[in-house]
Design a protein around this ligand. Structure first.
Ligand code: SF4
Length: 171
């Protein structure tokens, strides 16, 4: 299907790993509307519907507080993240202060020493909105691995991008 050049420009900004899926979703919607060429309006509609982190909210309802957890790449080999999610879902330990209108919108590993992918992924998260980044407890405590020796550096990387850091998730 043909794409209007302006519509292609919007698609080009979609992260590469979901771009093919985004293209298919837009073209499906364009066909449903009976279009022969993908226009800007259709791209924006699909973007809002499927690829925005914004949930549909009732008028006047405040946006959720958005939380992301970053954890140790090495520990991720042995830990699926259960304790982090359990603590969040029950609003306990380092998540105790959050109300019901709070969401975990991201959960990623640091990329290996010395936090190789943190800056890049935080930049990507900012495009979608993130309020607080928690450093997982595995980075801070003795467990499957020693505490992260780069934790101050990682913390500074996040804070320099204007995002609040909380140390810990479930300890
Ligand atoms: S930088 Fe820290 S959190 Fe990341 S793999 Fe190394 S020790 Fe783990």
């Amino acid at each position: 299907m043909n794409w209007h050049p302006e519509a292609e420009k919007i698609l080009a900004k979609v992260p590469p790993f979901v771009r093919r899926m985004a293209r298919m979703a837009v073209e499906k919607e364009a066909r449903r509307k009976g279009l022969t060429e993908v226009d800007v309006a259709t791209v924006l509609e699909v973007k809002e519907k499927y690829f925005s982190l914004d949930k549909e909210r009732k008028a006047g309802e405040p946006p959720p507080l958005r939380i992301v957890v970053v954890r140790c790449e090495t520990v991720s080999e042995v830990c699926p993240g259960i304790a982090c999610f359990k603590a969040f879902n029950s609003r306990k330990l380092q998540f105790a202060g959050y109300g019901p209108n709070t969401e975990i919108v991201g959960f990623f590993t640091c990329g290996g020493c010395s936090g190789r992918r943190v800056a890049r992924l935080v930049e990507r998260l900012k495009e979608h909105g993130v309020d607080v980044i928690h450093l997982s407890s595995c980075m801070l405590t003795e467990g499957d691995c020693a505490p992260c020796p780069f934790v101050e550096q990682i913390k500074k990387t996040v804070e320099q991008k204007g995002i609040k850091v909380v140390e810990g998730t479930h300890h």
